[in-house]
Design a protein around this ligand. Structure first.
Ligand SMILES: [Zn+2]
Ligand SMILES: [Zn+2]
Length: 305
């Protein structure tokens, strides 16, 4: 099988893709940020600490939902209470890369993104995820998946929470946060990146109910993320990423990188991806697309409209 630009090419043909996704940090990261509103809360706290009331007014979400999400993010060590408010911990601040790329993906699809951010170079901040070794922007065709470091004891995909389905259905727009906050959808996207493209293979890998899988694939197809095609030899449906879907790839890499740094127990190997242009193990870094410099929170400010 020749590699398609919409999938990663495993270095070993015997690589079990489900084992890789399960052993990758993706499910653990989804446990932290894969709830509706979690990314919005992180974003709201990126530039400054805020009180519960300020968050309530800014996010316009039910009080009980905000309280539950804050409690969860505190338990996950992403934010801490400070005085009468909340502030991000270093782990929460490091989610800047995930929030930035999610915002950028939404903006490219025409969604309003506020607040606008300025980089210290004076330009509107547009994120670019680059290889930490050679600084080449990360694209799916440049990434190689390595089978080393798999943890067999983790080789099963945790079942999503039941309520995730209703939340996904209620979303008006298919935003990056909506994709990440529906665990089935996020896992389907990850599997297709890892090369599982046939309907039957996705169903088998995820052990997902046919109606749920059909619903998620339809949503991703209608949302312009996936393209439905037919496998010529077997006459079965298969799914590839559209150009917009491919632009989600840096986001998946970013959350993998974040999880490897902040969630991975020290005795486990990190997710094994290497970068073809330089041949090094991939270490993604956030850069400013305008000036090319590395980006930290301190180099960003809210644009005054
Ligand atoms: Zn590189
Ligand atoms: Zn810049």
């Amino acid at each position: 099988m020749s590699p398609s630009p919409s999938m990663l090419e495993p270095t070993s043909t015997s690589l079990d893709v489900t084992a890789h996704v399960a052993a990758s940090i993706v499910p653990a990261v989804l446990d932290v940020i894969g709830q509706r509103w979690s990314l919005a809360i992180i974003q709201a706290l990126l530039l400054s600490a805020k009180s519960f009331g300020q968050l309530l007014a800014e996010l316009q979400i039910p009080r009980s939902t905000l309280a539950a999400r804050l409690k969860h993010l505190q338990a996950m060590a992403c934010l801490a209470a400070c005085g009468e408010g909340y502030q991000l911990t270093p782990a929460g601040q490091a989610l800047l890369v995930v929030v930035s790329l999610a915002r950028d993906w939404d903006a490219r699809r025409g969604a309003p993104v506020v607040p606008a951010l300025l980089h210290s170079c004076g330009q509107a901040f547009q994120p670019s995820l680059r290889c930490g070794h050679c600084l080449v922007p990360i694209e799916v065709r440049d990434i190689r998946l390595d089978s080393a470091g798999l943890a067999p004891q983790m080789a099963s995909l945790a079942k999503p929470l039941k309520r995730a389905r209703a939340e996904f259905a209620a979303e008006q727009q298919l935003t990056a946060a909506a994709i990440l906050s529906d665990r089935w959808t996020a896992l389907i996207v990850a599997l297709i990146y890892f090369g599982v493209q046939r309907y039957g293979d996705i169903a088998r890998h995820l052990q997902i109910a046919p109606n749920i899988l059909a619903d998620r694939l339809l949503r991703l197809t209608e949302g312009g993320v996936l393209l439905r095609a037919t496998d010529g030899q077997l006459n079965r449906p298969l799914y590839r990423f559209s150009a917009e879907g491919l632009q989600l790839f840096p986001l998946i890499v970013a959350l993998t990188g974040w999880g490897d740094h902040w969630l991975r127990p020290h005795y486990q190997a990190s997710t094994q991806m290497s970068h073809r242009p330089c041949g090094q193990i991939l270490q993604p870094q956030l850069h400013c697309a305008s000036c090319g410099q590395g980006v930290t929170l301190a180099s960003l400010s809210a644009a005054i409209c």
